[in-house]
Design a protein around this ligand. Structure first.
Ligand SMILES: C[S@@+](CC[C@H](N)C(=O)[O-])C[C@H]1O[C@@H](n2cnc3c(N)ncnc32)[C@H](O)[C@@H]1O
Length: 379
């Protein structure tokens, strides 16, 4: 342990090398030299840009937010437009509209054609195809307000956050006071974004040998709707808090699945789960809960599965190769602001599953691990 004021003790050549390198990189003289020295100029420029992007990340997100709020991408859906027309349609002063358009071009959301008109670029076009991402971008206004003082948040001194109000079950897990109005917004957002995930998870999770699937914390039943279409003979059950289960029953009836899916309105925390399913799914559920509650949930699932029954956990994980900031920075701070849960690594989930009595723990690759990874286990 190193006490304050004491020189740090480094162990091994690697730590000595890292300390030397960090001292060098921190020196303004070295930085100036590196920016001009041919062999490392590219690395130096890349690092400068990466650091600038980190500083400016909030500005980029607000440019995107403005595009979504003004429906710029919808406006360009039918083809390129000149900036004067865009300004008129968005009700912006022409020069300010140009500021937005240039910013959006620099972020590769839109592109400028040689004749000066603006058109969708890959990222803007992708947003049109995924309306739930636009909903998420608008939802982030709450997150950013909660992150205004991240140090206070980390120290637990920030007071009540907006996200804690948005996710009423995050508070103390008590479900007695949750009323229908307080679940409508988050359930709608989850239902919209579930369409992105369900296909990827079901592609990686074969259910041909299963008779009855219960989706616990199943929201409005969008995941089950996808499962029902793929597996016409699979019996289906959904469990969620009573006002959410009611919404699920209404949505599933509207989809013509009212007779196929049994909906249970109850908490998964302090009551036992219904028996009868031989596969239980937790899709974007576990990471919402602190370790004690997450362990209680895993034990409750284990208790109602038959021998050989399966559990599938699908959610974005910490430490996902190539998407480290998504799990560790984005979800880490999102859940911190929400006041409950944490993103876990595959290893952490595996250890919890073992502790809850599960065996045969495996990870399956998914199409977009950034959105959801999949871990299965058996009783
Ligand atoms: C992040 S949402 C995910 C919903 C859905 N699985 C999806 O991926 O779209 C978490 C779900 O867990 C439910 N939930 C949270 N705490 C619960 C509890 N104690 N008992 C039952 N359901 C709960 C919420 O109501 C919500 O529908």
């Amino acid at each position: 342990m190193t006490e304050i004021g004491q020189a740090p003790r480094h162990h091994g050549w690697r730590e000595r090398w890292l300390a030397l390198r960090n001292r060098l990189v921190a020196s303004p003289r070295f930085q100036r030299w590196a920016a001009g020295f041919p062999l490392i100029r590219r690395t130096a420029h890349r690092n400068t840009r990466a650091l600038f992007d980190l500083c400016a990340g909030f500005v980029y997100a607000q440019v995107l937010f403005a595009c979504v709020r003004l429906d710029l991408f919808g406006l360009l859906r039918d083809g390129p437009l000149p900036s004067e027309t865009i300004a008129r349609r968005l009700d912006l002063p022409p020069e300010r509209c140009l500021t937005l358009l240039r910013a959006a071009v620099s972020l590769e959301l839109i592109a400028r054609l040689p004749d000066g008109r603006f058109t969708l670029a890959d990222l803007g076009a992708a947003l049109i195809g995924n309306p739930s991402v636009a909903l998420m971008i608008e939802h982030h206004a709450m997150l950013y307000a909660d992150l205004a003082d991240p140090v206070a948040l980390l120290r637990g001194e920030a007071g009540p956050t907006r996200l804690a109000g948005y996710w009423p079950y995050a508070d103390d897990g008590s479900t007695a006071t949750i009323d229908p109005d307080s679940v409508a917004a988050y359930s709608g957002l989850m239902a919209a974004s579930q369409a992105l995930i369900a296909g990827d998870v079901l592609d990686a999770l074969p259910l041909t040998d299963r008779a009855c699937l219960m989706d616990v914390g199943g929201g409005e039943g969008v995941f089950l709707t996808h499962a029902a279409r793929r597996y016409p003979n699979l019996a289906l059950r959904l469990l969620d808090l009573p006002p959410v289960a009611e919404r699920a029953a209404a949505r599933l009836s509207a989809e013509g699945l009212g007779d196929r899916v049994a909906c249970f309105g109850q908490t998964f925390l302090d009551a036992s789960l219904p028996v009868g399913a031989d596969i239980i799914t937790l899709v974007r559920v576990l990471h919402d809960h602190d370790d004690a509650r997450a362990m209680a949930l895993l034990r409750a699932v284990h208790a109602v599965l038959p021998p050989g029954g399966g559990l599938a956990i699908a959610e974005p994980l910490a430490g996902t190769a190539g998407a480290e900031p998504v799990g560790d920075a984005y979800f880490g701070f999102y859940l911190l602001a929400m006041g409950s849960g944490r993103p876990r690594t595959a290893g952490e989930i595996s250890a919890m599953l073992t502790q809850a009595g599960f065996i045969g723990i495996r990870e399956h690759s998914t199409r977009r691990p950034l959105l959801a990874r999949l871990i299965t286990a058996s009783r």
